[in-house]
Design a protein around this ligand. Structure first.
Ligand SMILES: [Zn+2]
Length: 400
């Protein structure tokens, strides 16, 4: 048996333990940066392995270090562990027992696969020249958990050998179970939130010339933003601007004083991110000024663009083809416009994030409930594939 076939067979032989941890996590989801019960389960799962553990000071993060038999560089594997504020409706017998919380993005599977990889790598320390860092992070769902871990020294957890490469997997029902999907360059978008408040002067609806009506100005801004995107943004470096929330006024016969809009900007490069943010502000304030009103623009920076190193992405594709067969390894033609906070790690070290297809075999990836749905189910048959991918990426990076 080849070394990769042996690795996959070992991951499959250990599947019961991986599934058991996944289901225990699934029953008790926690949201945000403080995940005490989840952290306790992670520490317990690492306890019988030769992994040095530290926990976060500002959050419930866990960092494990496995030292290989010989010295060498340090390679990072990421698994996120937070859940979403969703009421689970899957009917699974290990459904969430916490009202209003669900592992609807599959982060429970990520932790379980990372622990499975830690077990395989612990048994193969002789093959490792260097250190494997296991990054188990809270707060991926909008809480910037990865950024907090970086600020707390994640990349220097092995002081003599700072982290030199990184890899993460994310399950998705968008792909057939057991497939590995990745692409070079931009993989996921930057996601920034913004709000615009148009300020006028209230009055009687019958005498708009005596008031300063913010409603038509807000409507004009909504449309002008779409024209700005099509006329000012390079079609080969695309952007999405969506206004998802508009409020103004209360009754039919009163002109309100303000109208507010909230939206999101999705971009795939740092240049277009900066240009579109500036463009939204410029259009809003100038359209308002044209009508002698004012507009205030505020924004909350979300995650940056998730950019895969082209060489590492190619290595992921090749590794998956060797491990699983060519037909289970594919290059994504386009990025996803969702966002991911592993982007912060990839800003600092070359690496890649890949999607592990986990659509239940009886469903169609085109129509199966997607990540974040109250009905989403992930195929546990894909977990050994993820375990072996994590382990193999580290074995290759630290082959010496
Ligand atoms: Zn997720």
């Amino acid at each position: 048996m080849s070394a990769t076939a042996e690795l996959l067979a070992a991951a499959r032989a250990d599947a019961d333990r991986t599934v058991d941890l996944r289901r225990r996590l699934h029953r008790r989801p926690e949201i945000g940066l403080q995940l005490p019960r989840t952290q306790a389960m992670v520490l317990e799962a690492f306890a019988d392995l030769p992994v040095e553990l530290t926990t976060g000071t500002g959050t419930s993060s866990v960092v494990g270090v496995l030292r290989g038999a010989r010295p060498g560089p340090t390679y990072l594997l990421r698994g996120d562990m937070d859940a979403l504020p969703v009421q689970e409706d899957t009917g699974l017998d290990f459904s969430s027992e916490v009202p209003g919380a669900m592992h609807a993005c599959g982060h429970d599977t990520h932790v379980a696969m990372l622990l499975g990889a830690a077990r395989l790598l612990s048994e193969r320390r002789d093959a490792l020249a260097g250190q494997v860092v296991f990054m188990v992070q809270p707060g991926e769902e909008g809480f910037h958990g990865a950024r907090v871990m970086l600020e707390e020294g994640l990349l220097d957890v092995v002081p003599e050998a700072p982290v030199r490469g990184a890899f993460a997997l994310h399950v998705s029902t968008m792909w057939r179970s057991g497939t590995i999907n990745v692409r070079p360059g931009p993989m996921m978008a930057a996601a920034d939130q913004f709000a615009i408040t148009v300020r006028g002067r209230g009055g009687h609806a019958s005498t708009p010339y005596l008031a300063a009506d913010p409603v038509p100005v807000a409507a004009e801004i909504v449309l002008a933003l779409q024209a700005m995107v099509t006329r000012r943004v390079d079609v080969f470096d695309p952007a999405v601007v969506t206004i998802g929330h508009v409020t103004a006024g209360a009754v039919n016969n009163v002109i309100p004083e303000t109208a507010t809009m909230e939206g999101t900007i999705r971009t795939l490069s740092a240049d277009s991110r900066a240009a579109v943010l500036a463009g939204v502000e410029r259009v809003a304030t100038h359209v308002a000024a044209a009508h002698d009103l004012t507009a205030e623009f505020t924004h909350v920076a979300g995650y940056p663009v998730t950019v895969n190193d082209p060489d590492v992405a190619a290595q992921v594709t090749a590794t998956a083809a060797t491990l699983l067969g060519e037909q289970l390894s594919s290059v994504m033609p386009v990025p996803l416009m969702g966002a991911e906070d592993f982007s912060y790690v990839l800003e600092r070290v070359p690496g890649a994030m890949a999607f592990l297809g986990a659509c239940p075999p009886e469903l169609d990836p085109e129509t199966a409930p997607g990540n974040h749905s109250n009905l989403v189910r992930f195929d546990e048959g894909a977990l050994p594939t993820g375990v072996a991918m994590y382990a193999q990426m580290a074995l290759q990076a630290l082959a010496g």
